[in-house]
Design a protein around this ligand. Sequence first.
Ligand SMILES: NC(=O)c1ccc[n+]([C@@H]2O[C@H](COP(=O)([O-])OP(=O)(O)OC[C@H]3O[C@@H](n4cnc5c(N)ncnc54)[C@H](O)[C@@H]3O)[C@@H](O)[C@H]2O)c1
Length: 370
Amino acid sequence: MMHPAMAPIRIAIAGIGNCASALLQGLVYYAKLEAGNGHLTGLLHPRIGSYAPSDIKLVAAFDIDTRKVGQPLETAVVADPNCTTQFLKRFPRYGVNVQMGPILDGVAPHMHRYPASQTFLVAKHKPANVVRVLKRSGAEILLSYLPVGSQRATEAYAEACLEAGVSLINCIPVFIASNERWAARFTKRGIPLIGDDVKGQVGATILHRTLAKLFIERGAVIDRTYQLNVGGNTDFLNMLNQKRLKMKKISKTEAVQSVLHKRLTTTDIHIGPSDYVPWQHDRKVCFLRIEGRGFGNCPIELEARLSVEDSPNSAGMTIDAIRCLRLARDRGLSGPLTAISAWTMKHPPKPMPDDAARELVKAFIRGTKT
Ligand SMILES: NC(=O)c1ccc[n+]([C@@H]2O[C@H](COP(=O)([O-])OP(=O)(O)OC[C@H]3O[C@@H](n4cnc5c(N)ncnc54)[C@H](O)[C@@H]3O)[C@@H](O)[C@H]2O)c1
């Protein structure tokens, strides 16, 4: 029998959009580099415990788009409206067909007003039994990459995880790991989880947190700040609907407020997705401004512009979250993993400075901290 720590990490994904595409590409890309002893540029941890990216195996997938449901995963992942860059020439054959998920509130009404190439087209299939698919596939971790605002759909997948004994990595701003009631249910069931709302590897949140911390550590005060983000993928199209943005705004704003000594009033901090520009595709541009005062109360103004391919930026974090979660399962841990969540997520159960989270993650990997 294979030692449990040698067995592949069997993952399922809900939402085969751009983030799923980037992650799946990364798994093959880094496996090739590993084999050739090449530079693992962009990969923070070549190994976590004994686990390399090549130990992660996709065993089940859910979506609701007619161009993806029923299709082999390697076809679905390149179907419209996915538009992220392809840094991998060809996807492998996974032997996995995409299953119809429960739609619930996954698709916002305004999405129907856009051309097919830019938006979701809902399939008419009957939803699969998520618990049964998870159990039959032997999945041990489910990643949620649903659209922002999918409260009920996220809860449905979280319920399925609880029933199937599967861990959740909740990459979206619906609060599960950071919600006491949900966290307690996972703890009671003996299942570890990570959440909520994945941070980009070098993204707007970490940049904003780092610059805010710089002001504070150098004795300056911050009076007001904004972070405006524009992009042209379905994530940005979906986020045109202000009603779906409540949790995203809380998640992104708290990520910055939590590093400040004194919280800014709501009028002095403005952070969020700001517009949809279709021709930008998966390229996200962040405009950031901080106004403050330094020595002698003299003004300091800082402006930054960050341009990134949005989805690979998130995959850089999830590829580590998956392997840390497997370590937690190997060690019999349960409930929210606080340090990994603080390091990889914008709205963790226990916010902490990034350097503190990083040290705790290193200790967790070494096995000296939970
Ligand atoms: N890119 C990043 O850096 C980043 C950072 C933080 C959070 N996120 C979040 O991750 C999520 C995924 O982002 P993305 O760019 O891949 O989005 P996307 O729009 O490309 O993909 C979403 C996918 O979910 C599918 N879907 C909709 N409802 C569903 C349901 N009920 N069940 C199963 N599938 C469903 C859609 O058909 C689509 O394929 C978004 O919520 C986004 O805000 C991304």
